[in-house]
Design a protein around this ligand. Sequence first.
Ligand code: NDP
Length: 235
Amino acid sequence: MAAKTYFITGASRGLGLEFVSQLKRAGHVVIATARKPENSEELQKLVDNKQVYSIALDTVDVKSVEAAVEKVNEIAPNGIDVLINNAGVSTDRSHSSLTTPPEAMLDVFKTNVVGTVIVTQRFVPLLKKKTDRKIFTISSILGSVGLTNYAGTIAPYNVSKAAVNMYIKELSEDLKADNFTILAIHPGWVATDMGGASAPLKAPESISGMLKVFDQATAEDTGSFKDYSGKTLPW
Ligand code: NDP
């Protein structure tokens, strides 16, 4: 398989870091971004400035995202093949629809929705320089409105993931004529800082599953919501 150029947010730890590790092993070029990349020892171990680069990017800060665009234009003047919107936050599990403080809603919404919008808008022109044009956004099954076994906790997180799903649908329509492949993807419940130690899946399994889904996805899949095993989920 030919080497591609991947751009990823939130690569300091968790799923983002594992994406970088597996993509490097597969021979791809990875531009890994994090709020403070220098503070992630594990990320820095992967950086070689030939195949893996790390740059600072805070997804909710427009200036930081625009500065990152400039740096990516230097590293990869021919553009990027794949954008992975991975950065995300959660909140106190006790916040239900009746009790959640507005600040918690705004905080989570800012990163999980607005940050994704800012990054996607700024990086679409870099994807358009090439032909693959793939955008994958790490969403969650907890944002599925159509699920019937809904557990009803962490209202701010669930609502934010439902909102980012709708953004992915809108984006898919708006870029339909440009041959993009745009998916929302649920990584499974994975043992990370966010997922917690009791999660049934380990990051390597989740990421290898998602990378398979990414490789197999084509423009015909645009506007779909899948999980790490390739199963289509209800929006
Ligand atoms: P972690 O909490 O382990 O990692 C979150 C990552 O997002 C960190 O690298 C963090 O950076 C980064 N981040 C947060 N805010 C920003 C920001 N404003 N700008 C840049 N980076 C930011 O979570 P996971 O790895 O588990 O989650 C990754 C994605 O997967 C998220 O979108 C999450 O919602 C989703 N997901 C996870 C599941 C799970 O079970 N783990 C299940 C379903 C979805 P920093 O180190 O600077 O804080």
